[in-house]
Design a protein around this ligand. Structure first.
Ligand code: SAH
Length: 232
């Protein structure tokens, strides 16, 4: 009798373990996305690839688009804003050369997805969002998903976040006509800033700004299309 009870107990434990350790149903789609949309287009940084393999992108978008979460395009997240195409997130993250000891600033939290990808790699992420509803929702989402190294705030990212500057990494995910000067000032020595520059209604160029001996250098990377950078 005791043996039966013990074996039943073990069976229950094993089943519970199976249920709770099951990867989400999107896992295969996510792995395929990394292979076909990201690696096959030339992204090689293993920290970036692993971060994107891990972050559950479907939890960052409205339920109605869940099935499209791992497709090769941006998706609406409400308030006229979008979550970027997965490849662009990978491209921008690789461009800023993230690593464990670095401190990052993101302008345009949106869904919080880019912040989560960065947070998988770097020590600390500060992120600013100008739409109050999105700022609140993404902050909640990141907390719920256990990202303790991300600090979110509502506000105009034009001014950066001087209290936490300088930043090794700055990622701007909204299109500016000109690079905000406070962001250049808040970039650390040897830091890297990526930002889409150009007219909001057109295609923009993704620019990479690096700082060496206090001097900045700007390089054009590729053409992109982002939502406009707004001001409060
Ligand atoms: N990085 C986001 C994509 C966001 S789309 C993600 O991973 O989901 C760009 C976001 O920038 C929008 O949410 C928009 O509201 C925000 N934004 C635009 N101008 C801003 C500004 N001046 N400061 C902070 N956020 C801004």
């Amino acid at each position: 009798m005791l043996v039966v009870k013990i074996s039943l107990f073990i069976q229950v434990i094993v089943m519970a373990g199976l249920i709770f350790s099951q990867p989400d149903k999107f896992e295969p789609l996510r792995q395929r996305m990394v292979k076909t949309q990201i690696m096959d287009r030339g992204i090689t940084n293993s920290a970036v690839l692993n971060a994107i393999r891990k972050v559950p992108r479907h939890l960052f978008i409205p339920k109605e688009y869940e099935e499209e979460a791992y497709n090769d395009y941006p998706l609406p997240i409400g308030f006229g804003q979008t979550i970027s195409q997965p490849y662009i997130v990978a491209y921008m993250t690789e461009a800023v050369k993230p690593s464990a000891k670095k401190k990052a600033l993101e302008i345009g939290t949106g869904s919080g997805y880019q912040a989560a990808v960065l947070a998988e790699i770097v020590e600390k992420v500060y992120t600013i969002e100008i739409v109050p509803e999105l700022a609140e929702a993404s902050s909640e989402r990141l907390k719920k998903l256990g990202y303790k190294n991300v600090e979110c705030k509502f506000g105009d990212g034009y001014k950066g976040w001087p209290e936490h500057a300088p930043f090794d990494i700055i990622i701007v995910t909204a299109a500016c006509e000109k690079i905000p000067v406070p962001l250049i000032d808040q970039l650390a020595e040897n830091g890297r800033l990526v930002i889409p520059v150009g007219a909001p209604s057109a295609v923009q160029e993704l620019e990479l700004v690096t700082k060496k001996n206090g001097k900045t250098e700007t390089k054009r990377l590729t053409f992109v299309r982002f939502v406009p950078f707004k001001r409060l």
